[in-house]
Design a protein around this ligand. Structure first.
Ligand SMILES: NC(=O)C1=CN([C@@H]2O[C@H](COP(=O)(O)OP(=O)(O)OC[C@H]3O[C@@H](n4cnc5c(N)ncnc54)[C@H](O)[C@@H]3O)[C@@H](O)[C@H]2O)C=CC1
Ligand SMILES: CC(=O)[C@](C)(O)C(=O)O
Ligand SMILES: [Mg+2]
Ligand SMILES: [Mg+2]
Length: 332
């Protein structure tokens, strides 16, 4: 089994006197900045413009600075702006202004693994990749827990890169859950695979396909929504708490039989073959190339895809049912 690092393996002392610049105040940036600060670390926020993130950071107790100023005397520089923005930010606002030898830190390996950022060879370069969305990283931390993460070291000039990565993992709460040592390559490829094939792409299309099949066959959309989208959370929660076996034990024997037989008919060998194809596209760099090109064109596929989803029947039904559904949620 992989070694799982927890609180006892991570010591904040290696970074407690360092100045940490968090670049970006979005999904992860906001969570990291707040968690690191609440862990007693010295955090400053670096942003490009005095826009929405700037206002938010200010309202939440930070004094945001322009990136150039934030990196000037930072010992640790953490890239928490979108992956496609990192290269330009690095070239224009970080590299020319940073302190020689400052640490360069990432939450995902994309820019280093695909060579978009070439770090100077006197910097430690490492990663702490939370395996969960930014708002959850904050929510779990506040509640005394943490979201698991992966750590990896790309360059270790000081000989302390792993210790520092673990310290930051502790600062954001990840060692309360569990941290695994990996490489930039493994993190990048598995993260992209996960979000494309299951977490974002796979699950979304499976929900939509099941919902739309029922509606096309004349069933009430509200019934279809409860069945194919809303109930998914409860089944996934069971897997999260008790494993797949625990989930199977909680459902009826009818569902066990139907699930164990029809599941394999739906998610069949063809699907597995296409999963391998998707992984191959990631490993070869083809996906990265396409995504960079899409981003360069202004992300038309992302914008159109999002607007189609927003206007879909399942989203309209979901919005109508949400108030009702929320009332039934346990108050904890
Ligand atoms: N969203 C998530 O939950 C996860 C993200 N990551 C990684 O964390 C890193 C940050 O991702 P997110 O938090 O999703 O980013 P995001 O999209 O939430 O970042 C938005 C923030 O970046 C800054 N920003 C946006 N556009 C900019 C531009 N053109 N120039 C300069 N700054 C700009 C602003 O501060 C803005 O608030 C990425 O490497 C991502 O792969 C890793 C795990 C999960
Ligand atoms: C939330 C997360 O870990 C993702 C899906 O990989 C991401 O947002 O990039
Ligand atoms: Mg991920
Ligand atoms: Mg990701």
């Amino acid at each position: 089994m992989s070694k799982i690092f927890t609180d006892k393996d991570a010591n904040l002392d290696v970074i407690k006197d360092k100045k940490i610049a968090v670049l970006g105040y979005g999904s992860q940036g906001r969570a990291w900045a707040q968690n690191l600060k609440d862990s007693g670390l010295n955090v400053i926020i670096g942003l490009e413009r005095e826009g929405k993130s700037w206002e938010l950071a200010k309202n939440e107790g930070f004094t945001p600075m322009h990136t150039k100023d934030a990196v000037r005397d930072a010992d640790i520089i953490i890239f928490l702006v979108p992956d496609m923005v990192q290269r330009t930010l690095w070239l224009e606002s970080v590299k020319p202004y940073m302190k020689k030898g400052a640490d360069l830190v990432f939450a995902h390996g994309f820019n280093i693994h695909y060579g978009l950022i070439q770090p100077p060879n006197d910097s430690d370069v490492y990663m702490i990749a939370p395996k969960g969305p930014g708002p959850t990283v904050r929510e779990y931390y506040k509640a005394g827990g943490g979201v698991p993460a992966l750590v990896a070291v790309h360059q270790d000039v000081s000989g302390k890169a792993l210790q520092k990565a673990l310290a930051i993992a502790r600062g954001i709460g990840a060692t309360r859950a569990g941290v695994i040592h990996t490489t930039f390559k493994e993190e990048t490829e598995t993260d992209l695979f996960g979000e494309q094939v299951i977490l974002v792409g796979g699950i979304m299309e499976l929900m939509k396909a099941a919902f739309e099949t029922l509606v096309e066959e004349g069933y009430q959309p509200e019934v279809a929504y409860f069945e194919t989208i809303n109930e998914l959370k409860m089944l996934v929660d069971l897997v999260y708490e008790k494993g797949i076996t625990g989930m199977l034990k909680a459902v009826s024997d009818t569902a066990k039989y139907g699930g164990l037989t029809v599941g394999k008919f739906i998610i069949n060998q063809d699907v597995r073959n296409r999963m391998k194809e998707a992984l191959q596209r990631i490993k070869s760099g083809k996906f990265a190339e396409e995504w960079i090109e899409e981003y360069g064109k202004g992300m038309p596929t992302v914008i159109n895809g999002l607007s189609q989803i927003q206007n879909s029947l399942e989203e309209k039904i979901g919005a109508q049912l949400r108030d009702l559904i929320q009332k039934g949620k346990p108050k904890s």
